[in-house]
Design a protein around this ligand. Sequence first.
Ligand SMILES: *[C@@H]1O[C@H](CO)[C@@H](O)[C@H](O)[C@H]1NC(C)=O
Ligand SMILES: *[C@@H]1O[C@H](CO)[C@@H](O)[C@H](O)[C@H]1NC(C)=O
Length: 280
Amino acid sequence: MATAAATLLLLLFLTAAASAWEMNIRLPTEMLNGGEAVVAPVIHALRPLLGSGGQLAARAGVACDSWRLGVEAHNVIGWKTVPARCEGYVGHYMLGGHYRRDSAVVVDEAVAYAESLQLAGNGKEIWVFDIDETSLSNLPYYAKHGFGATLYNDTSFREYVAEGSAPALPETRRLYRRLLQLGVKPVFLTGRTEDQRNITVTNLRRQGYSGWMELLLKPAVHAAGELQGSAVAYKSGERQKLEDAGFTIVGNIGDQWSDILGTPEGARTFKLPDPMYYIG
Ligand SMILES: *[C@@H]1O[C@H](CO)[C@@H](O)[C@H](O)[C@H]1NC(C)=O
Ligand SMILES: *[C@@H]1O[C@H](CO)[C@@H](O)[C@H](O)[C@H]1NC(C)=O
């Protein structure tokens, strides 16, 4: 009897776990806007064992937290997928409160920096924002694609972008709005392509972004293979054009090192977390 009851309990738990996980995957907007309070309890229930604060992973010799630190510090570069053993770890990091807390630290620093500036108020002061995993979150897509543990699929990612449904990363939106108040003009600089302009504008507006000075996209391509130039060269080139046009880049924020490397970087750069993919 005791065994049967225990089995039933386990089954109930697993069912609850599966549906809570599903809920998170289907309702990322609520999750993102609501903060930690509405994160499904299963995330917290599992985190002590498997999550980013957990001991099980370390005991098993699976140092996914060390791998993530290596990624964020730009020591681990050029990787194509999240290590298979770290898929669960990255999922918990992204869907639990950790990713949001780490993002908040970055944005708190950026806001404090912006507020400390002696701004000229000449309309030439700009802040460069990346889009994916910076202004908008593609977590709804990546949650269904192994949190980066499966190889990037340009076709299916573009289909997802075409829905225009990516939620805002609320921390970045908070920075964006503060900068507008301070008179610093936002400029979006993205690896998205010109053919994605309309849906990107629609998506940004839906998520509460407005009043940007420019939205800079890469030239449209007809085959994914044509997109070979490095992101550092492309993005730094675009920033150079902005400076040549007389603008001062007072800040620059992105989730990839390729957003913030390459002269001119901007007077100060801010790196948001992203353990799901690497763009060189
Ligand atoms: C990539 O995504 C497309 C569209 O969803 C799909 O048809 C294709 O099979 C995927 N390719 C791979 C290698 O999984
Ligand atoms: C984008 O929107 C503009 C203006 O609304 C329209 O003229 C243009 O045809 C659209 N482009 C695409 C690719 O849908």
